[in-house]
Design a protein around this ligand. Structure first.
Ligand code: IPE
Ligand code: IPE
Ligand code: MG
Length: 252
């Protein structure tokens, strides 16, 4: 263990690890550009970061790690970049599933996967099946995910069930909305405690619009490929210094 890690471990309160951490993994392209490499080299390195950070989160006792991997708007990118990004889950899962199983990590995916290439869909399905019996951390990938798309689908689902009389109009509550969102399988862990965005951008880019109502936000200038276990620990330490009030007052 290096000195920095030792110091971080001293500052970290292991009894107050955020249950659900969500990360907007941004800055792969700029990381590559800085090194005069093609943008996809950044995505490749970013994939290695996912591996390291997922294991680190699992070791720290995080219960859900949600990673924004591809947004509903990312289709606007050049075809070659999109197709590289679509191959990444195949490469990622083919090499990493045994490690995930070893760490008892369960893979989940949210987003419209029906739009992904068939081989990518299969890689995702296999990873979900191969880790189905794991009951440790949930590694939840947002893949072709958009917060507005998610809300539109929830509204459609609710409207359909009201029309079919499966749901009563005056019974619709915030809990009902939770139940129709893509995070519904996460139950009481659906809302991230901590949201991290790398690369210095200060925006949400259509990530988890409903669920982040009371999340703590941490923005770091590090590009995603430079993010590591220590960066994660630092973010958690900052999170532990925040005072979450949820609209109320802190008990004296
Ligand atoms: C994040 O890195 C990965 C995805 C959005 C798929 P970017 O590709 O957005 O990298 P920058 O923001 O252009 O540096
Ligand atoms: C958000 O990053 C999406 C992912 C990290 C998958 P973008 O790079 O797509 O966001 P913008 O375009 O800078 O808002
Ligand atoms: Mg970006």
């Amino acid at each position: 263990m290096d000195r920095e890690q030792n110091e971080l471990n001293e500052q970290l309160d292991p009894s107050r690890i955020p249950n659900h951490i969500a990360i907007i993994m941004d800055g792969n392209g700029r990381w590559a550009k800085k090194r005069h490499l093609p943008r996809v080299a950044g995505h490749k390195e970013g994939m290695n970061t996912v591996k390291k950070v997922a294991i680190a989160a699992s070791n720290l006792g995080v219960k859900v790690l949600t990673l924004y991997a591809f947004s509903t708007e990312n289709w606007k990118r050049p075809k070659t970049e999109v197709s590289y990004l679509m191959q990444l889950p195949i490469r990622f899962f083919s090499t990493f599933v045994p490690d995930l199983v070893k760490h008892n990590v369960k893979v989940m995916v949210m987003g419209d996967t029906s739009q992904l290439p068939k081989a990518t869909q299969k890689a995702v399905r296999d990873a979900i099946n191969d880790t189905a019996d794991c009951d440790g951390m949930i590694l939840n990938f947002a893949l072709n995910y958009g917060g507005r798309d998610e809300i539109v689908r929830a509204v459609r689902g609710i409207a359909t069930d009201v029309a079919n009389k499966r749901l009563n109009l005056d019974q619709i509550s915030a809990k009902t909305v939770d139940d129709y969102l893509m995070t519904a399988p996460l139950k009481e862990l659906a809302d991230p405690d901590l949201l991290i965005r790398t690369s210095g951008e200060l925006r949400l880019s259509n990530f988890l619009l409903w669920q982040i109502a009371y999340s703590e936000f941490i923005f770091t200038d590090q590009f995603w490929p430079d993010f590591d276990a220590n960066s994660l620990e630092k973010a958690i330490i900052k999170f532990q210094q925040r005072k979450r009030r949820f609209g109320g007052l802190i008990n004296k």
